[in-house]
Design a protein around this ligand. Structure first.
Ligand code: VG1
Ligand code: CO
Length: 563
């Protein structure tokens, strides 16, 4: 073999966002574009002698990119590549493999929930040795390297057959193709009480039916192995579980808008427990007939019931955390249990240091991300099986009345109260409009012009008084690093919040997210606590839209997605 140097020129905009570099496939297909970014990764880490994991959600342009990584990585001195069969490893599975095989890092080929196929998105993300997304100092280094790159290194070698499990040599490097599913299934088996769940599902085969929708993302084979293979559910318990490079033309995002294939069947067939995951398998939605679990509640309920999960029974719960826009439901659980609770910026990378330091066990984001310190990524199937474990345990305590999703939610609200929560996404709006909105809020922060002002909602007849508008900054308690401008928070005097953020995962234009939260205490009673979310938040949303002139700036009457 021979190392060859190829001359190249920098491309603009190769800055990793909330979770890696995500662009249209056509952008990645430009001459040297993908090669530049991969070389920039190797320029930013210690590549010489490294062991690297490679996987992804199997989306279009993945197999050829694996070969590109092999050519460049090998030329940069990588000693061993551990690759998921057919270039497939869900994001949580990859995080597990990095940890289990003690690799130095991993490259994940995914744009998560963004649509795939030749006209849609591709993505490349670097994870570090703890199995988590690279922290900002690493992604900044990669970005800096893309700005000055003049050449990349390759070796000439035959492509590796990604479909054959086993070891081969590749130029000066070793390649190991592994079963994509096996290690992950073993991991979940160690965490949860599979016999308890299996018994429960078996004894309630009619009254508690399960449906998992893979949305043609990467989780299909994992869900099959666990739900059917280990927990004994019938074939009918899974759908859309064959991963496709374009996700069957769909938008593999588990929410009420994009996971309509699940929602329809749950409603039509009265399914008690429905669940879905996103393209790369790190998100989850829990949704049963007449019972939608908002992700902020989901993580709070898992934290509250952690003692029935063997992993936490054994290791204890060290601390809890959420991303800033996520509702404060989990804070109330932490308070009651006397646990530390952290509020970090959006993006899973901010949880890693806390976990590594032994201060965080369970955490979540409002964006359908839930997880724990068993790995360093959020984990869709982990959350789904956690719910099954918790429901199985609750039903063991209640042999005469079936406890479903709804009963569990009601019980939680009756103890802790309820944080009504909703997110409005305005996708692919003009950057100019988005910047005007941000400027208005920043001005209100600087001049305190909105503090102590009262706003009337016509639809509810109520008044809403703003106490402050602030910009969220975070200082990592472990390494002291500071992240500023992580979203603007409009705080009301009753504790309600409206948060505004610009998305960091989009691939075109700007996406504005508005997060709305209003807390109602347990004393309000079941009727008030059981209200429809949209109804519970109506007045607050009306006021938030008005004071920010959002519709005018973004030229949109309605959001693209409401979750
Ligand atoms: C979004 C979510 C964020 C999540 C990120 C990656 O980011 O809001 O909570 O961590 O996606 O999730 P943003 O910057 O677009 O708001 V995934 O499943 O796309 O890796
Ligand atoms: Co994802």
């Amino acid at each position: 073999y021979q190392v060859k140097e190829v001359a190249t020129k920098p491309y603009d905009g190769q800055k990793p966002g909330t979770s890696g570099l995500r662009k249209r496939v056509k952008v990645f297909q430009q001459e040297h574009y993908t090669e530049n970014f991969i070389q920039a990764i190797f320029d930013s880490i210690k590549a010489d002698g490294a062991t690297l994991v490679i996987g992804g959600d199997g989306r279009y342009f993945s197999p050829e990119t694996v070969q590109t990584i092999l050519r460049i990585g090998s030329a940069n001195g990588v000693k061993e590549f551990i690759i998921g069969k057919d270039a497939i490893l869900s994001t949580p599975a990859a995080s597990n493999v990095i940890r289990k095989y003690k690799a130095d890092g991993g490259i994940l080929l995914t744009a998560s929930h963004n649509p795939g196929g030749p006209n849609n998105d591709f993505g490349i993300k670097y994870n570090v040795s703890n199995g988590g997304p690279a922290p900002e100092n690493v992604t900044n280094r990669i970005y800096e390297a893309t700005k000055t790159i003049q050449k990349y290194k390759v070796i000439e070698a035959d492509p590796v057959d990604l479909s054959k499990i086993g070891k081969t040599t590749y130029g000066p490097s070793q390649v190991q193709i592994i079963d994509s599913v096996k290690d992950y299934v073993e991991l979940l088996e160690e965490i949860f009480d599979f016999p308890l769940i299996k018994d429960f599902l078996n004894n309630n085969a009619q009254s508690f039916r399960v449906l998992f929708d893979g949305l043609h993302g990467v989780t299909g084979p994992y869900a099959r192995a666990i739900l059917i293979g280990k927990l004994g559910l019938p074939e009918a318990a899974v759908q859309n579980c064959v991963p496709l490079p374009d996700f069957g033309g769909g938008h593999p995002d588990p929410n009420l808008t994009y996971a309509h294939s699940l929602v329809e069947v749950v409603e039509k067939n009265n399914i008690q427990f429905g669940a879905a995951s996103d393209g790369d398998g790190d998100r989850n939605m829990i949704y049963g007939k007449n019972a939608f679990v908002t992700p902020s509640d989901s993580v709070a309920i898992i934290a509250d019931s952690a003692n029935v999960i063997p992993y936490f029974k054994k290791g204890g719960v060290k601390g809890l955390a959420r991303s800033m826009p996520t509702s404060k439901a989990i804070d109330l659980v932490a308070k009651k249990k006397g646990l530390e609770c952290f509020e970090v910026p959006t993006g899973w990378k901010f949880f890693g240091n806390l976990m590594d330091a032994g201060r965080l066990s369970i955490c979540g984001e409002e964006s359908f991300g839930t997880g724990s310190d068993h790995i360093r990524e959020k984990d869709g199937l982990w959350a789904i099986v956690a719910w099954l474990n918790i429901l199985a345990a609750a039903n063991k305590e209640s042999p005469n009345k079936l406890i479903g999703i709804k009963e569990l939610l009601q019980k939680h609200y009756s103890i802790y109260g309820r944080s009504f929560f909703s997110r409005y996404d305005y996708e692919e709006v003009s950057s100019e409009g988005a910047n005007k909105l941000v400027a208005l809020l920043n001005d209100a922060i600087k001049t305190s012009s909105l503090a102590n002002t009262t706003h009337h909602s016509k639809s509810t007849g109520q008044d809403y008084k703003i106490s402050s508008v602030t910009s969220f900054s975070y200082k990592d308690p472990i390494d002291g690093s500071v992240s500023t401008n992580q979203g603007q928070i409009v705080l009301f005097d009753d504790g309600s919040r409206v948060v505004f953020r610009l998305s960091g995962t989009g691939s075109a234009g700007a996406t504005v997210r508005m997060y709305v939260e209003r807390y109602v205490g347990p004393e309000a009673g079941p009727e008030e606590l059981g209200r429809d979310t949209a109804e519970g938040l109506k007045g607050l949303i009306e006021v938030a839209l008005e004071i920010t002139k959002l519709k005018e700036f973004l030229e949109r009457d309605e959001p693209t997605v409401i979750t």
